[in-house]
Design a protein around this ligand. Structure first.
Ligand SMILES: C[S@@+](CC[C@H](N)C(=O)[O-])C[C@H]1O[C@@H](n2cnc3c(N)ncnc32)[C@H](O)[C@@H]1O
Length: 264
């Protein structure tokens, strides 16, 4: 529970900057693929944030319900609801912990994207998330996990790294990382320095390789149906930096997966 409060406090700090920070990430491909997977049903997004992908998905006809730890991220989502015609019925969100939830509803689609699963900072909480998802999937339902493939090579030897993001005459933005390989934890600070002073935006993540996620899925009674490198369904290879993984019930008899057209 303490971890949830800490993550909520970190994301409260991010909330005023999140949309600006992610403005270059086009959500339309994710929304199109998720809409195909949801079919006529509704979707549940874990760590919905400001609704960056939820709104484009809802505009394609999929109502979205979301959970998030941060009241300030949800307040940004609510501001967007006000600006979107019918916004309140398209996207709804409430405070909740994606590690453990009981909504009393089944969904054809549950998804967690943008490496948000890694904000659960223990293996136990990540496994618990898969188990909570499994309880909320309809019989033919799918759980989509989109995440980075951990790239720790730069962090492996020194266990710390600095990356300059932007540099100008009057401002500097950089990221600092410290890596704990024993617990697979990366702590980060995004640092902005400019004429108005400085700001620090913290992050703590527990990364997991795709194979570990597959095992978590198995523990929850799910199986990997298909893994792609991106939302268009490009093949996942040894050099892929991201993955879009689709899990479903182990026993379910599935048809073609709309993300890839592949038969399970
Ligand atoms: C990287 S943002 C992603 C937001 C949104 N999914 C998107 O793609 O833009 C991660 C979100 O996860 C939320 N979060 C972190 N830990 C959480 C938890 N245990 N339960 C629910 N939400 C959590 C944060 O508050 C934040 O809004």
């Amino acid at each position: 529970m303490e971890d949830l409060q800490q993550q909520a406090a970190r994301w409260d700090q991010w909330a005023p900057y999140y949309d600006e920070d992610t403005r270059n990430q086009d959500p339309s491909r994710a929304a199109a693929a998720l809409a195909d997977l949801a079919g006529d049903g509704a979707a549940l997004e874990l760590g919905i944030g400001t609704g960056r992908v939820a709104f484009p998905l809802a505009e394609r006809g999929t109502p979205v319900f979301g959970l998030d730890a941060s009241q300030k991220m949800i307040s940004c989502l609510e501001a967007r609801q006000e600006q979107t015609p019918g916004g309140r019925s398209l996207v709804q969100a409430r405070i909740g912990n994606m590690a453990r939830f009981d909504l009393g509803t089944h969904y054809p689609l549950v998804y967690v994207i943008a490496s948000t699963l890694f904000f659960l900072t223990t293996q136990e909480d990540q496994v618990s998330c898969f188990r909570s998802v499994a309880r909320h999937l309809s019989p033919q339902g799918r759980f989509v996990v989109e995440a980075a493939v951990p790239q720790t090579s730069g962090l492996a030897s020194e266990r710390q790294q600095m990356i300059v993001r932007e540099i100008g005459e009057e401002h500097l933005q950089w990221s600092a990382f410290v890596h704990n390989p024993v617990h697979q934890i990366v702590r980060a600070q995004e640092v902005h320095v400019g004429p108005d002073g400085y700001r620090l935006l913290p992050n703590v993540m527990r990364y997991a390789y795709p194979a570990e996620l597959d095992l978590m899925a198995q523990l929850a009674g799910l199986r990997l149906e298909r893994r792609a490198a991106d939302w268009e369904g490009s093949p996942f290879t040894a050099t892929s930096t991201h993955h879009v993984s689709i899990y479903s019930r182990q026993s379910a008899d599935k048809g073609a997966s709309p993300l890839t057209g592949a038969s399970a």
